[in-house]
Design a protein around this ligand. Structure first.
Ligand SMILES: Cc1cc2nc3c(=O)[nH]c(=O)nc-3n(C[C@H](O)[C@H](O)[C@H](O)COP(=O)(O)OP(=O)(O)OC[C@H]3O[C@@H](n4cnc5c(N)ncnc54)[C@H](O)[C@@H]3O)c2cc1C
Ligand code: FES
Ligand code: FES
Length: 468
């Protein structure tokens, strides 16, 4: 049985959809509900034309996020408020739509519904008015004709009109400002009446977390398969210097975590280089690791923190495995049938942590890495007590550079030591040439990234000119 009977509120109407578990919301909205405002273009999460708002109760509060409906399985929509552009329309253009129009941000209009949805999500969630964050909120939306300047002017005008300060009840404020239609006010109690849906668990079911990888890779197979939607239980905790992150934590939750931002000062900026806001809203840490892409950013980040994984079998037994042992060969991981990643943890040494993450991609934002790398160092005076170095895009798996780390241990920091570490790292990697660069180029990138880590972390102990 791969069908679901999902009950949810679609714009202002409660509906029950009897559809395949793996049907994506975009197909349901456009083909079955004939709501054609959400556009279909890439179907890979890259363009944002299909953006919708997904509202659901999180820790007792109704929270809305913009997500890509082309990667959103109907199984994930049960009990939620699904809002398409039609659900934001009122008799007149709403202030967001008007600002886009007035500022020349619309030409053919194909991208406009997606932009308006993403902008509305920003207004629903932003703490303070900030143009950079507003731009980041629409970074997952592409426009191919009007150009981005008109859209940026609209963002700037909207922030001036609605500064977002002192907003105690954001939903109510946005209704009063006519950014949201009135019916939003009654959604929370209506959602609370929808019973929780229990899907039978099946050993052979394909596990789906955010679906942002699966629905790009295998959409047809998923539409016809039994799926197991993993429960969302997002927790980031620090106990006795152990930081623990549950696998279902999304990359956007990670990015906004005050704890992680305090441990890693560059964290928010680094996370902005990973995918786009709507993808990060759904993409989970567990999915990033289990996916085992050789360039998975979270894998590279947490390998350099010597993270441990907590794995849980179907009958609830748990075991622990080092992340560096989890990746075996290309896309092969140490995970038994039915077993899932429950959490990852790493020990936090006393502050300040010396940690650097670097990523090079063809585009700085909204792109996967050509090569990525992270370095953690613990020093005793000027001698390296512990080093953990990882690299992606240079082998069949996300790589922990064990020999380089062993070499660095106990060494006094010097240019010669860094140069030798770079040489040893070159013996540990086996990049291949592909569309993201030649093997030779990737070797060069890793060399530069390792040097960049050291210069970033220890600028006073090294001579940059000599190293570069
Ligand atoms: C437009 C776009 C941009 C992207 N950019 C980046 C990027 O910059 N950097 C990057 O690293 N990735 C990127 N990705 C890839 C993807 O979003 C991430 O890898 C994401 O973290 C996957 O998580 P998910 O929850 O969506 O996984 P899913 O698609 O749900 O699952 C992926 C795999 O993991 C398995 N799985 C999921 N959770 C668990 C678990 N808890 N235990 C065991 N198995 C599990 C699933 O069965 C499946 O095999 C991008 C994807 C898209 C579409
Ligand atoms: S159709 Fe392009 S992101 Fe969904
Ligand atoms: S206005 Fe045509 S794609 Fe944006």
């Amino acid at each position: 049985m791969n069908k679901i009977s999902a009950t949810f509120i679609l714009n202002h109407r409660q509906v029950t959809a009897k559809v395949a578990l793996g049907m994506v919301a975009l197909d349901y909205i456009r083909n079955l509900q004939k709501l054609t405002g959400s556009k279909q273009a890439c179907r890979t999460g890259d363009c944002g034309a299909c953006s919708v708002l997904l509202g659901r109760h999180e820790k007792g509060k109704l929270i809305y996020h913009a997500v890509n409906s082309c990667l959103l399985p109907m199984a994930a929509v049960h009990g939620c408020h699904l809002v398409t552009i039609e659900g934001l329309n009122t008799a007149e253009l709403n202030p967001i739509q008007q600002a886009v129009l007035d500022n020349g941000g619309v030409q053919c209009g194909f991208c406009s519904p997606g932009f308006v949805v993403a902008m509305t999500a920003y207004f629903l969630n932003a703490q303070t008015a900030n143009l950079d964050e507003f731009v980041d909120a629409v970074a997952g939306n592409l426009c191919r004709c009007s150009g981005y300047m008109g859209i940026k002017r609209a963002l700037r005008q909207l922030l001036q009109q609605y500064p977002l300060n002192n907003s105690e009840n954001r939903l109510q404020d946005l209704i009063e400002r006519q950014i949201l239609p009135d019916y939003f006010v009654a959604i929370a109690p209506r959602l609370a009446e929808i019973p929780i849906l229990k899907t039978p668990s099946n050993h052979d079911a394909i596990m789906v977390a955010g679906g942002t990888d699966l629905f790009v890779q295998r959409p047809q197979l998923l539409a016809a398969s039994q799926l197991k939607l993993l429960e969302s239980n997002q927790e980031i905790t620090l106990t006795q210097q152990q930081c623990r992150i549950t696998a279902s934590t999304t990359l956007e939750t990670l990015k906004n975590s005050p704890l992680l931002q305090s441990l890693f000062p560059q964290f928010k900026k680094e996370m902005e280089m990973i995918a786009t806001t709507p993808i990060r809203q759904r993409a989970t840490v567990g999915g990033n690791l289990a996916n085992a892409s050789p360039i998975a950013d979270m894998a590279i980040f947490f390998l350099a923190l010597a993270a441990q994984l907590e794995l849980r079998s179907l009958n609830g037994e748990t075991r622990s495995v080092r992340l560096q042992d989890f990746f075996q060969t290309y896309k092969q991981i140490d995970l038994q049938a039915g077993e899932q990643i429950a959490a990852l943890s790493f020990s936090c040494p006393p502050q300040p942590i010396l940690f650097s993450f670097e990523k090079v991609s063809k585009r700085q934002y909204s792109d996967i890495a050509s090569v990525n790398s992270a370095l953690f160092l613990e020093l005793e005076q000027e001698t390296i007590k512990t080093a953990h170095l990882s690299a992606g895009g240079v082998a069949a798996i996300p790589l922990y550079l064990a020999k380089t780390c062993a070499y660095l241990q106990g060494k006094a920091i010097s240019n010669e030591v860094v140069k030798q570490a770079v040489n040893i790292a070159q013996t540990e990697i086996s990049p291949i040439s592909d569309q993201r660069g030649s093997a030779e180029y990737k070797r060069l990138l890793l060399r530069q990234l390792i040097i960049a880590h050291f210069l970033k972390l220890l600028p006073d102990l090294l001579n940059a000119e000599d190293l570069l």
